[in-house]
Design a protein around this ligand. Sequence first.
Ligand SMILES: NC(=O)c1ccc[n+]([C@@H]2O[C@H](COP(=O)([O-])OP(=O)(O)OC[C@H]3O[C@@H](n4cnc5c(N)ncnc54)[C@H](OP(=O)(O)O)[C@@H]3O)[C@@H](O)[C@H]2O)c1
Length: 296
Amino acid sequence: MKKIKLNQNIEVSNIIQGTMNFNRQSFTPKDVMEMIVHRLDHGVSTFDTAQIYGSGDNEVLMGEALRLNPSLKGKTQWISKTGIILPKDQFSIAHYDTRANSIIAACEQSLEKLGLDSLDVFLIHREDPLIGHEEVAYALDECMKRGYIKSYGVSNFDPHKFDALQHFTKQPLITNQIEFSINCFEHIDNGNFDYLQKQHVHPLIWSPLAQGRVFNSQDPKYQALKNTLENLAVKYNTTSATIALSFILHHPIQAIPIIGTTQNHRFESLLESINITLEHEDWYRIYTAHPSRRLR
Ligand SMILES: NC(=O)c1ccc[n+]([C@@H]2O[C@H](COP(=O)([O-])OP(=O)(O)OC[C@H]3O[C@@H](n4cnc5c(N)ncnc54)[C@H](OP(=O)(O)O)[C@@H]3O)[C@@H](O)[C@H]2O)c1
């Protein structure tokens, strides 16, 4: 599988494996270790996690898996995120925390849990209404200076907030992790895709399959979209989900989908998307089959 360079030093696989759903199954560290080996065998070497996944337990599980087979550390790239605090222990409400000490401490905790010396990419998870851009930039640069991280970026930031933070950081923000799928066009509509292309930034895409909601939906509003995907699946000799991933890969922005499936057979079938080149008109067949879309 081809690698995509996020900057001169950091490259990730063209498809990334997300780890948000790992706590929903009763995976053992051995299960996870075998899944990492399976993904690597198929060319997917980059893994996305976050401080809050599994209320903090997912990074522990991933770390236990890596400790079972430490050679995997040198073959994989790891992305983590901080900034969302769930109601747990001493915190009574969910909130954001992008204060410098919290960012640096969260980075240290993620490294400790994962058992890594450094993260390849470290992201601020969400737009924080209380963000102090200069303070966040200081914290990210401090994590770099201490060798905790090799690069940094953001997630779910609009162009104004991306620009404001980048104004203060010593390095360019390496990516913006945002939602895009056959069911989510927010960042096409709000100008983020245009802004990121101007910045030469490849976005990482979360929920690229809309969490399976469209394929499994009985809602009549999705019927046209489901039919279109099914017809194209026949035309390209694949599945609706694979066509949905090809829809993302077709975009000139060279987005990098983070897939969430924990099932090997689904994962393998989704990899077919890399070898599918959707015809230009077929991309628009999918786009215009969504109930919210019309060509102006
Ligand atoms: N930055 C952020 O704010 C943010 C937000 C959300 C997620 N993320 C990241 O993005 C990753 C992916 O997100 P996601 O899990 O929402 O992505 P997704 O790939 O759109 O959804 C995966 C989910 O859809 C289910 N699914 C049902 N039918 C499917 C089908 N036909 N093909 C594939 N999957 C199907 C999967 O179940 P099975 O496991 O049973 O296949 C799984 O639960 C996360 O793991 C996380 O790393 C980031």
